[in-house]
Design a protein around this ligand. Sequence first.
Ligand code: UDP
Ligand code: MG
Length: 334
Amino acid sequence: MYDDVSCRDKSGILYLVVPCYNEEDALSDSAQKMKDKIQRLIAGGNISSKSKIMLVNDGSKDNTWKIIHSLCKEDTIYCGLSFSRNYGHQSAILAGMMAARNYADMIVTIDADLQQDIEALDRFIKCYNEGCEIVYGVRNDRDTDGFFKKASATLFYKFMKLLGCHVLANHADYRLLSKKALDALAEYKEVNLFLRGLIPTMGFQSDVVYFDVKERELGKSKYTLKKMMTLAVDGVTSMSTRPIQIITLLGFLVSLFSAIMIIYCIWDWFSGHNVPGYTTTMVVSLLMGGLTIFSLGIVGEYVGKIYLEAKARPRYIIESFVWKESEIENGENV
Ligand code: UDP
Ligand code: MG
């Protein structure tokens, strides 16, 4: 098979994957805007006329699914799927992408409130046509966020960097993935999902598209504080076992300190300065403290390894494969 992106079909099939959770206020309006944009892209010959908008209902409690259902009935440009309950933004995106994988050449994930500038789609597609398998949407600024969201996001990105995770700052889930990248993503079976951290670890040729974020026009933010915290904890725990290594290091340092203190206490005992029983108490508690934290770290290291094994991430991803039948095998020289 020869893999040559210069032969890429310039009007590939695009699926816009849209997670929707209690979006009855915003959906009708944004679905229309999405349709207009997709139709303009089709008319301009940028994407195939088979392109679609995939609306994923993440167990909404309002009329979101009813709206999706009637949109799909009215116009074949829409398609939809619905969860049995609320599984969260990341799962909704993943489900949409995996459902679209069999039909699309590329997908773009975008929020239902269209806070992300849909006009940036042209640049995403341009990068794809130039050979990128992944295109990350990065917001120009965080002016539309409140103080708490801005501060917590900055802190989170700094903390992730400290833990050695390569998360692109200010990139949420507005991104393009080619069919090849989607197939690679399908190999990851983990349940604890943090796509923003996971996708950059896959490699592939990628690029960045900058866009402006608008205020949410209709409906309220669905990211409650609890959901934000869960995402942050998922982000750290799914991408890094470094917190465990920090415990091991702490255990080692406490043990080292204990060893020094034990020597000091014994020296004190020999010089006869101390209160009776003091040396024994100190030596026993220091020894136990150091050993306990250190042992916890060692057990943690193994738990971390089991965790990584349990994830069963692919050990490698093959991007291209070149193979040509020899002429004899081909029967041409016979
Ligand atoms: N969303 C979802 N499941 C959830 C929470 C949010 O599918 O449990 C969707 C939501 O409908 C929207 C996107 O995720 O399409 C981003 O949510 P939102 O706009 O409320 O977040 P914010 O922009 O305030 O961070
Ligand atoms: Mg939003």
